[in-house]
Design a protein around this ligand. Structure first.
Ligand SMILES: Cc1cc2nc3c(=O)[nH]c(=O)nc-3n(C[C@H](O)[C@H](O)[C@H](O)COP(=O)(O)OP(=O)(O)OC[C@H]3O[C@@H](n4cnc5c(N)ncnc54)[C@H](O)[C@@H]3O)c2cc1C
Ligand SMILES: *[C@@H]1O[C@H](CO)[C@@H](O)[C@H](O)[C@H]1NC(C)=O
Ligand SMILES: *[C@@H]1O[C@H](CO)[C@@H](O)[C@H](O)[C@H]1NC(C)=O
Ligand SMILES: *[C@@H]1O[C@H](CO)[C@@H](O)[C@H](O)[C@H]1NC(C)=O
Ligand SMILES: *[C@@H]1O[C@H](CO)[C@@H](O)[C@H](O)[C@H]1NC(C)=O
Ligand SMILES: *[C@@H]1O[C@H](CO)[C@@H](O)[C@H](O)[C@H]1NC(C)=O
Length: 493
């Protein structure tokens, strides 16, 4: 959910060890010698760039490079390698677990959000997008330059990079697929500081790996995205979902059957619930009358009804789900103290649906001290472009999943309580306890700080993991692009 708040928290002071000081000096000297723009520690820019989306996970970088060119990115990667420090890209900075910082203290952060040019080629309809562009800006530019678009998430401040390199699901994805499905080329700085271009035909292993697990293989400097013609009008809506503990399993099964077998491609939808509401919301590529026909079979079975349906232009619909200004670049700050988990599921019925619903009504509904929600996206199904896309074409491992669920637990003021984690941990554990391993996974774009490295790799990448480990061994054997859940190189995987 895109809730705008203002940046209020100061930086936490972090003890810097002696060894780290030596590395810091080495990185600083190298960046200076290469004339790479940096944030001065303590400056307003440093404070803004070192403020994580989720203050629960606040880390101090050894230095923050703020490149404005591919050459700057290349030189920054080279400086990190020479100084023996890990390096990570930070684009929109919206990782739930501060992975743009490397998920720990002492990394070189390559803060990309000064690079946000978007250029649409009117002949090919391919857009060249710099890696620090935020979703709301790329959407605005594509529309203004030629009424074009590609599918992506709803929050305007999310970076196109973290988003599209690990999936990218939103209100056009049932019809048009994931953001990563629309990438046709990338210019990337690799661990050995070389710059390569990758596409289906150039460095195809890298192209496969970056689209699904991009944070592990380099720093992408620029993308080429194909685009679709933005429709002149779409309809956004909410509908009621009268779901109780008693009818919950039956209603979840009705929803599953509908999404799996009959939900039309043009409908994009999720079940959205918090402590005091449960509703369907989405976007239909068509008019209100068409939406009524599309939803009728589901509403008939669940007893729900359309509460709000509004046909508008493309930009207005994007703005509706952005919950605020759409065209955002830098500076941009949004912070929430959260713990989040995810599930990608092939289905939710029978025992698993019962366990999910019981936890929802018996435990979640009784939690009054924090604000939680879950969003259960209609990710797959017979008419889903994600399901119907080529499963082997990218390392994204969950095209077979019907649902993408995000669980989000938010502490409004002060620190997240140490006793809080078990709330979502238990919800997920209850939901998966009866499921076969092949029936569930997780989504790294809703990164979960509780997972061990081994578990994280397994649930995020599933059957793609062995090939990813081999590619990691070939391209980054020293793990320059390390974070606590990054892919472990293994040439023999
Ligand atoms: C408010 C909010 C709403 C969201 N809504 C959605 C949604 O609707 N749908 C959805 O699918 N997801 C959604 N997300 C999740 C979002 O897609 C991920 O958090 C995404 O990774 C953020 O990308 P970023 O560039 O902003 O993050 P960052 O924190 O900058 O980066 C995230 C990861 O990508 C890596 N990375 C960044 N840039 C590069 C690069 N150029 N090359 C290589 N690696 C790079 C980073 O090192 C890090 O590991 C939402 C998140 C938030 C906070
Ligand atoms: C973006 O494009 C403008 C206009 O061409 C140019 O002046 C600027 O340097 C570009 N910015 C970056 C970061 O490439
Ligand atoms: C860097 O790695 C790439 C990919 O393995 C390789 O093609 C290239 O030759 C390497 N460059 C250098 C300078 O070693
Ligand atoms: C659901 O559809 C059936 C069969 O078309 C119809 O008889 C019934 O009245 C409908 N129920 C509702 C609540 O609309
Ligand atoms: C029920 O859920 C399982 C996974 O839990 C899934 O594989 C199966 O397809 C679902 N059944 C139906 C009828 O949707
Ligand atoms: C289900 O949740 C409860 C807390 O409500 C917890 O005690 C139990 O261990 C969980 N079950 C599983 C299988 O994780």
């Amino acid at each position: 959910m895109c809730r705008l708040t203002f940046f209020l928290l100061g930086l936490s002071t972090t003890q810097v060890l002696g060894a780290a000081l030596g590395k810091r000096a080495a990185v600083d000297d190298c960046l200076k010698a290469a004339s790479i723009p940096v944030d001065t520690p303590g400056s307003a820019d440093w404070k803004a760039d070192a403020a994580p989306y989720n203050p629960r996970l606040t880390y101090t970088p050894v230095a923050i490079a703020v490149p404005t060119s591919i050459e700057h990115i290349q030189a920054a990667v080279s400086c990190a390698a020479k100084a023996g420090v890990k390096v990570n890209a930070k684009a929109g900075g919206h990782s739930y677990t501060s992975l743009g910082f490397g998920g720990e203290d002492g990394h070189l952060m390559v803060q990309l959000d000064r690079m946000y040019n978007v250029t649409l080629d009117k002949k090919t309809n391919i857009a060249t997008v710099q890696a620090g562009t935020r979703l709301g800006h790329v959407a605005t530019e594509l529309y203004n330059q030629g009424q074009r678009a590609f599918p992506h998430g709803t929050c305007p401040g999310v970076g196109v990079s973290g988003h599209a390199l690990h999936g990218g699901f939103g209100m056009s994805s049932h019809l048009y697929g994931l953001a990563l499905d629309w990438i046709v080329g990338m210019t990337v700085v690799l661990a050995n500081s070389s710059v390569v271009h990758t596409s289906e035909t150039e460095n195809p292993d890298l192209f496969w790996a970056l689209r699904g697990a991009g944070s592990n293989f380099g720093i992408v400097a620029q993308y080429e995205f194909k685009t679709f013609a933005a429709p002149s009008s779409v309809t956004y809506f909410t509908a009621s979902m009268p779901l109780t503990k008693a009818n919950g399993v039956e209603r979840m099964e009705a929803l599953e059957d509908y999404i799996k077998n009959s939900m039309p491609a043009e409908l994009n939808m999720r079940l959205f619930a918090g402590s005091s509401f449960t509703q369907l919301e989405g976007q239909f590529f068509g008019d209100v009358a068409g939406l009524r026909i599309a939803l009728a079979p589901l509403l008939n079975k669940t007893g729900g009804s359309i509460q709000m349906a509004q046909s508008t232009g493309w930009i207005e619909a994007l703005t509706h789900y952005a919950n605020g200004k759409l065209d955002v670049t830098r500076p941009y700050s949004l912070q929430e103290t959260i713990y989040s988990k995810s599930l990608e599921l092939t289905g939710l019925n029978g025992t698993a649906a019962k366990d999910f619903v019981n936890y929802w009504f018996d435990t979640a509904k009784n939690l009054k001290t924090r604000s939680w929600y879950f969003q259960l996206d209609a990710h797959g199904g017979k008419n889903s472009a994600i399901t119907n896309g080529n499963h082997a074409s990218s390392s994204y491992a969950h095209r077979d999943k019907l649902y993408l669920i995000q669980f989000y637990d938010r502490q409004y003021s002060g620190a997240y309580p140490s006793t809080g984690y078990s709330f979502l941990d238990n919800w997920v554990a209850n939901t998966t306890s009866s499921l076969a391993k092949a029936d569930w996974g997780m989504y790294i774009n809703y990164a979960d700080s509780s997972l061990s490295r081994a578990t994280a790799q397994q649930v995020y990448y599933g059957t793609s993991l062995p090939r990813l480990q081999r590619i990691k061994a070939a391209l980054d054997p020293q793990e320059l692009f390390f974070y606590p859940q990054s892919i472990q190189p293994n040439a023999a995987a």
